[in-house]
Design a protein around this ligand. Structure first.
Ligand SMILES: [Zn+2]
Length: 310
């Protein structure tokens, strides 16, 4: 049994990495805003919806595949023991990650992929009372193992804002044998791009590659215009494929609701430039919906057709 599943994931791994070589890969967009639209309360953990509101989560995955996404991401962003523990859910780590992976795997069309989502724990290393690198690695290994065991094709370590934690997550995820995409979140400062913990892209990319990432890049925080600038900064720094998932601009509070400044058509208009600038994988983050992904898919398709004609 164990040998059989290890063999299975190796076949899948080859599938995803091979697919990268064949041209642009489209990831999905945001999940949080879709769940909020269905009644997820502010501050409520989304992961219990993998059990209590299966229909909603499954519909979101299906909508992204139908929109043209090659990869959908499981609703397990906050699925580490530490993050669930902060919501009083540490006894449900296995259940909620397993259920999250199952929902996406069950609607995965032939030839498409499921990324097991791994987000930050909310803790940082190196401060008194916080966790050590080794502890973080164990915590990520637990989540990664559950997702891999449930049949995801790759693991997506994302929205990391500290390099130590990102390294721990990538290293633990890679130990499953699955390919790992590693994206960190950078803010634009006058002196360049920085994570919340003060890491610059230059140091991050090399460290993530060394930790075993197959794909590196950035997600969240930045809108498409700034993300393109960041992409141009990091492209010369790595030979790995790059994944970028921008937010739909910046969030604004309008009549008590969070809305994003960039519309789907405008967002999709950036896709060509991101591919030209060397992104091999693109998708959306906060504020992006299946409509954004549908329009991005059309851009990618038009570009492919255009190329075929020359
Ligand atoms: Zn985001």
């Amino acid at each position: 049994m164990a040998a059989g599943s290890a063999q299975g994931s190796e076949v899948m791994a080859t599938g995803f990495l091979k697919r990268i070589e064949q041209g642009p890969i489209l990831f999905d967009g945001g999940m949080g805003s879709l769940l909020i639209a269905q009644g997820l309360a502010s501050g409520e953990a989304p992961e219990p919806w993998n059990v209590d509101r299966r229909d909603v989560v499954r519909s979101a995955h299906r909508a992204y595949y139908e929109a043209g996404a090659d990869v959908v991401t499981t609703n397990t962003f906050g699925g580490t023991r530490l993050k669930l523990g902060a919501k009083g859910l540490s006894d449900r780590v296995v259940e909620l990650n397993r259920a999250g992976a199952d929902l996406a795997v069950l609607v995965r069309p032939e030839g498409k992929f499921v990324a097991g989502d791994i987000g930050p724990t909310g803790k940082v290393t190196g401060l008194p009372g916080e966790v050590s690198y080794e502890e973080l690695k164990e915590i990520f290994a637990e989540q990664a193992g559950i997702l891999a065991g449930a049949g995801v094709d790759l693991l997506a370590v994302e929205t990391m804002y500290g390099l130590e934690e990102a390294r721990a997550a990538v290293s633990a995820a890679g130990a499953t044998g699955l390919p790992v995409t590693a994206t960190m979140t950078f803010d634009r400062k006058p002196r360049g791009f920085f994570t919340l913990m003060g890491n610059q892209p230059e140091g991050c990319l090399a460290a993530l590659e060394e930790a075993g990432a197959s794909v590196v890049g950035a997600n969240c925080t930045l809108g498409p215009e700034d993300m393109l600038d960041l992409l141009e900064t990091i492209r010369p720094l790595t030979s790995l494929p790059i994944l970028v998932q921008a937010n739909a601009g910046q969030p604004e509070l309008k009549a008590g609701e969070t809305v994003y400044s960039v519309k789907a058509a405008d967002f999709a208009g950036w896709v060509g430039r991101m591919l030209d600038a060397g992104a091999g994988l693109v998708g959306g983050c906060c504020g992006t919906t299946p409509e954004f992904i549908r329009q991005m898919a059309l851009e990618i398709e038009a570009r492919r057709d255009g190329r075929g004609g020359h």
